[in-house]
Design a protein around this ligand. Structure first.
Ligand code: C5P
Length: 220
């Protein structure tokens, strides 16, 4: 019998992380934030003095294959250093999006991601959880929200952390990231054929969690 898995994929700032954490908590399952792996790879790349270009693909994927990364109580630790905040900046998101378009970087991170699927179950969020990493998952959710809603949420998150930004620059960043993520040739952002779509533009987090838990019951 395979280990239970729920995939939550969708564009930037659609609320996948919050939803996936809440669903994992409700079910007592493990949680995989696959975007964090690309973000940490981007950070490791910068620290090695490299730019996210195809010419550096072999060197970046070598870094990804041997990432000294641990998740510890919700914190991302890179070689013992807490990089939880460093990987959350818009610049780190942009770097993540660039390194994630390199095929051998994606391949390097595959085994690591598959390893998160352990009993009693996993909730994984990202762009290709349902299409590439866990194609046999019994429940795949494709989460969306309008670009305006997503920019607004990201704005509030950053402002509450004391990071200054503008709504306009966030919206153009996230549209650029969506475009790159959806148009790349490997594992582009798209709903799996058997994904259930959820638009949370006008849903509370509780309502979204309830919907996913109902679907999970349905597929059992
Ligand atoms: O989800 P998050 O914004 O943290 O992801 C950062 C970037 O990593 C995304 O813009 C995307 O390019 C990439 N990513 C990916 N595949 C995943 C998760 C994230 O390509 N499964």
């Amino acid at each position: 019998l395979s280990v239970p898995a729920i995939c939550i994929d969708g564009p930037t700032a659609s609320g996948k992380g919050t939803l996936a954490v809440e669903v994992a908590h409700a079910l007592g399952y493990h949680y995989l934030d696959s975007g964090a792996l690309y973000r940490v790879t981007g950070l490791a790349m910068r620290r090695a003095g490299l730019e996210p270009t195809p010419a550096n693909e072999a060197r970046i994927s070598a870094l990804a294959r041997t990432l000294p990364l641990r998740f510890d109580a919700g914190k991302a630790m890179l070689a013992g250093e807490d990089v939880t905040d460093a990987i959350r900046s818009e610049a780190a998101g942009m770097d993540a999006s660039r390194v994630s378009a390199l095929p051998s970087v994606r391949a390097a991170l595959t085994t690591l991601q598959v390893g998160f699927r352990q009993l009693p179950g996993l909730v994984a969020d990202g762009r290709d959880m349902g299409t590439v990493i866990f194609p046999d998952a019994p429940l795949k959710v494709f989460l969306t929200a309008s670009a305006a809603h997503r920019a607004e949420r990201r704005y509030k998150q950053l402002i509450s952390k004391g990071i200054s930004t503008t709504l306009d620059s966030l919206r153009s960043d996230l549209e650029a990231r969506d475009l790159r993520d959806s148009s790349r040739s490997v594992a582009p952002l798209k709903p799996a054929e058997d994904a259930r779509r959820l638009d949370n533009s006008s849903l509370s987090i509780e309502q979204s969690v309830e919907q996913v838990l109902n679907w999970w019951q349905e597929v059992q």
